[in-house]
Design a protein. Structure first.
Length: 74
């Protein structure tokens, strides 16, 4: 992923990925919420959700319906 990619969801996912790799976001803890990503990046909910779905497909986060996304064990 590239933090210079023009697609915002890719840039958001890259930012969260780097925070996970740096240990800032740890396994078992909540990932940033869609609402917080919307506010931080000034994007629509679908864009923020798409970023989290990319990370979920890569196995970095897991979605728990009704609870949100959580960082997975590496």
């Amino acid at each position: 992923m590239d933090d210079q990619d023009p697609r915002l969801y890719i840039r958001i996912a890259a930012d969260i990925r780097s925070r996970i790799e740096a240990g800032e976001l740890q396994a078992g803890h909540p990932a940033p919420s869609i609402t917080s990503l919307c506010q931080q990046w000034e994007v629509a909910r679908e864009t923020a959700a798409h970023a989290l779905r990319v990370l979920e497909a890569d196995g970095l986060v897991r979605r728990y319906p009704g609870r949100g996304y959580y960082i997975t064990e590496r």
